[in-house]
Design a protein around this ligand. Structure first.
Ligand SMILES: CC(C)(COP(=O)(O)OP(=O)(O)OC[C@H]1O[C@@H](n2cnc3c(N)ncnc32)[C@H](O)[C@@H]1OP(=O)(O)O)[C@@H](O)C(=O)NCCC(=O)NCCS
Length: 167
């Protein structure tokens, strides 16, 4: 399947927060995306980061309850490899399985056109690490001093998911 035909699951998705939808995000959603990012991400992307990503070949999906954006996920897909760029869930909606739902939907969609799904995560981000390992990602490396910080750089852990073996 060509990567440019990749689309999120259609229809309503049941969750403990009621029926949700996943749709593609565009630069029309920029203000809504920024509001969610700045309220929920300890190291938020800037407006320029989002604009650049939304106008590139990246895939950007939003998780909605009615008009309310509860989460967003950005990933790239090229030559059989997907890479998670960003995943955020609104603080009030965390701990209810939504990240698992959104990332799980992305994994299912890329499977026909990719062999591996990669990501990098701060070594201090225990919640995200538990999420990724719970979905089957395995640590395959690390990059020291990867993320800039006030007290020196923070190590990035590199994770990979073998999509051919994933179920
Ligand atoms: C990391 C994040 C996306 C998780 O979203 P979430 O919707 O709360 O996660 P889920 O409810 O789907 O949880 C799925 C799994 O993640 C793990 N997890 C989630 N929150 C956790 C926490 N606070 N502590 C430990 N494990 C946690 C658990 O293994 C959980 O599975 P379980 O419920 O069966 O135990 C969310 O905390 C977030 O947006 N954080 C800020 C941004 C960020 O760090 N993004 C990741 C790097 S870009």
């Amino acid at each position: 399947m060509p990567a440019n035909h990749l689309h999120p699951p259609s229809g309503c998705l049941p969750s403990s927060l009621g029926e949700l939808r996943i749709t593609r995000l565009t630069s029309e959603h920029l203000d809504t995306i920024l509001a969610l990012e700045q309220s929920a991400h300890p190291h938020p992307w800037s407006r320029a980061n989002f604009l650049s990503s939304l106008t590139s070949s990246h895939h950007a999906w939003g998780l909605w309850r009615g008009p309310e954006l509860l989460g967003h996920l950005f990933f790239s897909l090229a030559v059989g490899e997907a890479e998670l760029l960003l995943l955020v869930i609104a603080r009030a909606a965390q701990g209810k399985g939504l990240a698992k739902l959104l990332l799980g939907a992305a994994i299912t969609s890329v499977r026909p056109c990719a062999r591996q799904f990669f990501l990098e995560v701060r070594e201090s981000n225990t919640a995200a690490i538990a999420l990724y390992e719970g979905l089957g990602f395995n640590q395959i490396g690390e990059r020291r001093n990867y993320y800039p910080g006030k007290n020196g750089g923070e190590t990035a852990l590199v994770y990979g998911l073998d999509l051919e073996a994933w179920d």
